[in-house]
Design a protein around this ligand. Structure first.
Ligand code: GFB
Length: 319
C-alpha cells in the first residue's frame, strides 16, 4: 500500500516530466520524494543504480529518466537513443525487481506504435507493424521497457505498469533548436522572429503531419493516478484524444506570440510519422482525463519560456 510516507524515487526528476511529477506529488502531501541528478547518479551505470536503490530503499520507482529529443535528434543519434535508453531502464527495472520494490511506473512514448497503425492508436496495436524510421531506435528501447515491466508483472505478479504519453510539452521543456520537440521550437522561433522585426520563421517538413499534445502537468496527474491505484493492465495510453496538423499548431502559436511575419516550410527536414493520435479510452475508463486545453497549455509554456529565457537547457538527457 502506498501512503504519504512511502519513499518515492523519481528517476529523471530534473527533467520536464520528472519535475512535474515531483511538484504534483509534493502538492498532494507526499513526504518522502527522492531523486538524484545526473551528476550525482549516472543511470547508465548498473552498479551505481544498484547502490543508490539499496541505500535509499524506495517503495516506488517512477522512471521518468530518458534520453529524449525531437525528430532530428532521434534521427541523428540512433545509437545513443537505443543504447542509453535501454541502459537506463534496464538498470532501474532490474534493480527495482531484485530489491523487491513494490511498484514501478515506466514512462514511454506514443512512437512505440507502428508507423501506419490504424488511428486512433489502441494499446493492442503494439508490435503489429514496422516503426517510424526517424525514431525506431528510441521506440525499440521503449518497447523493451514495456515488455520488461510486463514480464515482471506476468511472472512475479508485481505492480509494474507502463504509461505511454503522447507528445508532451510544458514548463521546463528543452528549447534548444537542434534537439527540441516541435512545440518549444516553435515558441522560441516565433518569439525570436517577433523580436527581430517579424522576420521569417523557418519550420521543418511540410506541416501536414498531425500530432496530439498533452500538457506535462496532466501527465504528472496520470502518473499519480497510477501510483495511488493498482491499474488492472500493463499498458495505458495517456493523451487528449485530439490532434491537429503541424501547420495548425504553427498558426496557433504564431497568434499567441503575436508574430506577423512569413512562415517558410523547409521540406528537406523530415515529417516523421503522418499521424499518431492516441485512443485514450482505457485511461478514461479507469478515471483519468486531461484538464489543460491546448491553448491554455501553450500560454502557460510561453509564460515560463519568457521567465526563463536566460537559462535554456541544451542538454538532451533529462535528469
Ligand atoms: O516534435 P517533433 O520533433 O517529433 O516533430 P515527432 C513533430 C513534427 O513537427 C514533425 C515538425 O513533422 C517536424 O518535422 N516541425 C516543424 C518541427 N518545425 C519544427 C521544428 O522547428 N522543430 C521540430 N522538432 N519539429 C518525436 C520522436 O517525434 O516525438 C520521439 O522523435 C518521441 O521519439 C517524441 O516519440 C514524442 O513527433 O515527429
Amino acid at each position: 500500500m502506498i501512503d504519504k510516507d512511502s519513499i518515492i524515487y523519481i528517476a529523471g526528476h530534473n527533467g520536464m516530466v520528472g519535475s512535474a511529477i515531483w511538484r504534483t506529488l509534493a502538492a498532494q502531501g507526499y513526504l518522502n520524494i527522492i531523486g538524484a541528478s545526473s551528476k550525482e547518479l549516472d543511470l547508465r551505470k548498473q552498479k551505481d543504480v544498484r547502490d543508490y536503490i539499496r541505500k535509499t530503499k524506495p517503495d516506488v520507482i517512477i522512471d521518468a529518466a530518458a534520453k529524449v529529443g525531437g525528430i532530428l535528434a532521434n534521427n541523428d543519434f540512433p545509437y545513443q537513443f537505443l543504447m542509453e535508453n535501454m541502459q537506463i531502464q534496464n538498470n532501474l527495472i532490474n534493480e527495482a525487481h531484485r530489491l523487491g520494490v513494490d511498484k514501478f511506473i515506466f514512462l514511454g512514448s506514443s512512437c512505440i506504435y507502428p508507423k501506419l497503425a490504424p488511428q486512433p492508436l489502441k494499446e493492442e496495436y503494439l508490435l503489429t507493424g514496422p516503426l517510424e524510421p526517424t525514431n525506431e531506435w528510441y521506440a525499440l528501447a521503449k518497447i523493451t521497457g514495456v515488455k520488461a515491466c510486463e514480464s515482471i508483472r506476468k511472472q512475479f505478479d508485481k505492480d509494474f505498469v507502463s504509461l505511454m504519453p503522447t507528445n508532451l510539452y510544458g514548463t521546463h521543456d528543452n528549447f534548444d533548436l537542434n534537439s527540441s520537440h516541435v512545440m518549444p521550437a516553435m515558441i522560441r522561433k516565433f518569439y525570436e522572429a517577433k523580436q527581430n522585426n517579424n522576420a521569417v520563421v523557418v519550420l521543418w517538413g511540410t506541416g501536414t503531419p498531425k500530432r496530439e499534445f498533452l500538457f506535462v502537468d496532466d501527465m504528472a496527474k496520470a502518473v499519480v493516478y497510477a501510483l495511488e491505484n493498482q491499474l488492472p493492465d500493463y499498458l495505458y495510453n495517456v493523451g487528449t484524444g485530439e490532434d491537429l496538423t503541424i501547420k495548425e499548431l504553427a498558426t496557433k502559436i504564431q497568434k499567441i506570440i503575436g508574430h506577423t511575419g512569413e512562415i517558410i516550410w523547409d521540406d528537406t527536414k523530415p515529417d516523421g510519422t503522418p499521424r499518431k493520435l492516441m485512443d485514450v479510452s482505457k485511461m478514461h475508463n479507469i478515471g483519468w482525463k486531461h484538464q489543460v486545453d491546448l491553448e491554455d497549455g501553450i500560454k502557460k509554456t510561453y509564460k515560463w519560456f519568457l521567465e526563463n529565457i536566460e537559462n535554456f537547457k541544451t542538454n538532451q538527457l533529462k535528469g
